[in-house]
Ligand binder design. Sequence first.
Ligand code: AMP
Length: 558
Amino acid sequence: MKYSKVCEVYEKLESTSKGLEKTKIIADFLEKIEKEPEIIYLLQGKVFPDYDKRELGMSQKLVIKAIAKASGENNEKVVKSFRKTGDLGKTAEELIGKKKQSSLSQSSLTTEKVIKNLQKLPELEGKGTVGRKIDLIVELFHSAKDKEAKYIARTVLGDLKVGVGSGILRDAIVQHCFKPKNIKDKKEKIEIVQEAYDKSADWAEIFNKACKGRLKEIHLKPGKAVKVMLFPKAKDIDDAFRIVGKPAAFEYKYDGFRMMISMSGGKISIFTRRLDNVTKQFPDVVGVVKKHVHGKSFMIDCEAVGYDRKTKAYQPFQAISQRIKRKYHIEELVKKLPIELVVFDVVYYNEKSYLSEPFKERRKLIEKIVKQEKYKITLADQIVSDDEKEVEKFMDKALEEGQEGLMAKNLKAPYKPGARIGYGVKLKPESNEFDLVITGAEWGTGKRAGWLTSFDISCRDDGELKEVGKVSTGLKEKESEGLSFKQMTKKLKKIITKEHGRHVSVRPEIVVTVLYQNIQKSPSYSSGYALRFPRIKMLRPDRDKSDIATLSEIKKAM
Ligand code: AMP
């Protein structure tokens, strides 16, 4: 298909902010791409399925260079235009489009070529990588007309600005492939499609199978990332029993990070809850799982918990968080920050899915297949109880041992990937903190010039992100003292999408835990609320924007 056809759809999507209209635009377009389902990735502003977290690795600076090279202008001219437009897409449209006066319909650029060139970007390594990356983009720009250049630049930067989230894609697939007869039918189909997506994390595959009536063929595959089941919060033990039933299983809520670990054909893969493949970062965990978990193939759901090698005391998440993103000197960190793997669930074993088995049976299975050894691999500490007093004692013990609280789990419940339903709930003491995503920032002045020093923090609300304040404390000026402004600036600089004076917008990728004193209504922020005296506690590199607090949780905590 011609890329210009996709650009026409982008234009239509950009012209409306209404979810229903966007759904209809996409549903109509799906008709035309049944034979090329991967065009769905382009609608998402990507070139890989969601389970594949490879990054294109193109910063604003590189895109500026690519626009300059393709348009024959110098970098300064591009930067000047960017200052005016605040959007490199528009700058590409203006400078590259200006060279070619002809209309979109004469363009020869195909979706196949765009996908192919962009998919090559993460593969490039070694000397001359930057130049070769720029050339791949320049090649696309050379065959692009104005609007095409605009959307290529935006796709490369990961900010398409057409407002198509997972919910809209899902509803469009339902509309096009099932043509539901009424609201009830639509709701059922939405659930079926969502469930299939949560197993596969690939909209092209879902669309392809849904059209052919073959969604049932979507199964878990060890080695491929799958969404983990999530847990809402219970107010207290009584509330927990009300949600998960009586008796229920209660487990320690360990303060580490989630790992979905799979084994197939002798190969172990480790994924985080945001579907990042972190196998390379955890050779210690790979070794332990190989030795201590029995089976031809499996997928186990676990928490990685840090402990102090000398004192053997468990450490909070913060202590081991740097292991998630570490690319070099991994062995050093393995020694310095050892991990105990706590297994609490299993979803696949010896070529069979255990998703619909009750939790009680899944627990029995992990008891059978995991050979426990303290400080290497254990099962989550668990009691089965219907007695509030007994649970209270168990909670006290968990907190005394430095864990976060308890999880309460329904013994009969299946495992639903991606769902945040009441098959399990968390019980934590009130903490006045939320996980939020950074959506913007401001360049500092004076002593802090050259650093981004104030950060816009947002929560989620029905698929949208809404600001709940600005935070500028919690980070350090000196790198040796902890998370510093310099480190944060480095992270954010790579994902800037827009600049306006000293303010920048960034792709919502950096999740932080923010402490606050109280919450107030506030017209200054799009959520209508503001966290007062917010302070950044830590980065959450294991989480993404789908894991952050919702506006209703924030209102409830007021
Ligand atoms: P939260 O991070 O507050 O949303 O709480 C849910 C997280 O707690 C899960 O994603 C796990 O990473 C973690 N967790 C710790 N212990 C357990 C457990 N026993 N069962 C399930 N999740 C656990």
